[in-house]
Each structure stands twice: as C-alpha cells, then as structure tokens.
Design a binder for this molecule. Structure first.
Ligand code: FMN
Length: 177
C-alpha cells in the first residue's frame, strides 16, 4: 500500500506484548503445528477462542480442513519449542514426546494451560485467516512457572514479584463476564 510503512506497522504491533501458544491438529495427512501470538479469548458463552494464521503458511489448507484443534499455552522455559514450531514446513514433531488431547489433537509436554476445540467460524483476515473455535475441554496447570512472553520480536519472562492487582472498580469488567 503506497505511503504505508509495513515495517513500521509490524514494529508498532510488536509493542503489544502477548503470550505464546502452539496450535496443533491431526488430519489425514498427519500432525500439524504452528507457533502463534494471535491467540485470544473471545466469548464465555458459548466458549470461543481465536487465532489467526498466515495464508502463506505451508499447512494452511490442512488448518482450514481440520476437524479439531488444540491450543497449548507455553511456560517461560519453552522458547526453543516456540522456535521449533515457528520454522515453516519440515517435520516439527520429530524427537517429541507427544500425547493426545481427548479430541485427538497432539499435546506437547510442557504447558500452562491447553484448550481442545472445534471449528466455529472462519473469517477473511487479509493476508491471514481468522479461526474462531469452540472450546470443548481445557486444563490449567497452576504451578510456579510463568508464561512465555513475546514483546518487540523477543521472548521474555514476567517479573511476577512486581505484579499489581487490578482495581476493584474494573473487577466486574474483568471477571464478571
Ligand atoms: C512468537 C511467534 C509468534 C507467531 N505468531 C504467529 C501468528 O499469530 N500467526 C501466524 O500466521 N504466524 C505466526 N508465527 C509464525 C508461524 O509460527 C510460522 O510461520 C509457522 O511455523 C508456519 O507454519 P507452516 O508454514 O509450517 O504451516 C509466529 C512465530 C513466532 C516465533
């Protein structure tokens, strides 16, 4: 687009810190997986989440055809796993102890939480596809580990000693939905 600096746009978007998730599925062609920072919550009732995937992704046709998905939220010691699933193409699954979620999606060994879901709606997201999925089951592991954070193109861990509670006035908006 003329007059629009895509590099600066990407850099500005990178100012929004996110967690890191690996989305997984298994189709007739085998296991698929990709690292995403575009995971987000959408709806409690029905329980919906979303992620977006580049149309240029090697596995995009398989993702579109998949009957189920898994979303694995990574702890802060999993940057190598994030990099492994961010390398386009190739076998991302070799040398990995993989279990299965109830819906058949592959489950990686280390996670803070994971979600099993089924396709709900797909939207045109420009050069990405937006996948909205309905969650059928989930697990949370409440331990000492913090989340893997992605900020301005780098991984980070949270300094949780410096965390501050949200204000009571906004508690309803945050937790009352
Ligand atoms: C931290 C991080 C976050 C990423 N987030 C996304 C994302 O939200 N959407 C996306 O399409 N690609 C994202 N990527 C790139 C994909 O992980 C990568 O292109 C993926 O391996 C494509 O899979 P495939 O080409 O093998 O199908 C991210 C990469 C990293 C390292």
């Amino acid at each position: 687009m003329a007059g629009f600096d895509s590099r600066a746009f990407r850099d500005a978007l990178g100012s929004f810190a996110t967690g890191v998730a690996i989305i997984t599925s298994e189709t007739a062609q085998g296991r698929i997986g990709a690292t995403v920072s575009s995971f987000n919550s959408v709806s409690l009732d029905p329980p919906l989440i979303l992620f977006s995937l580049a149309r240029s992704a090697f596995g995009i046709t398989h993702w579109r055809a998949a009957a189920h998905y898994g979303v694995v939220i990574l702890p802060d010691d999993q940057s190598d796993m994030s990099n492994k699933f961010a390398r386009s193409g190739g076998d991302k699954w070799s040398d990995l102890p993989v279990q299965r979620m109830n819906n058949g999606s592959p489950l990686l060994p280390d996670w803070l939480a994971y979600f099993e879901c089924e396709p709900y709606a797909n939207y045109d997201g420009g050069d990405h596809d937006i996948f909205v999925c309905r969650v059928s089951r989930f697990e949370t592991r409440k331990g000492a580990e913090g989340p893997l954070v992605f900020f301005r193109g780098r991984y980070a861990a949270l300094d949780r000693g410096s965390s501050v509670p949200t204000s009571p006035e906004i508690d309803f908006a945050l937790h009352g939905w």
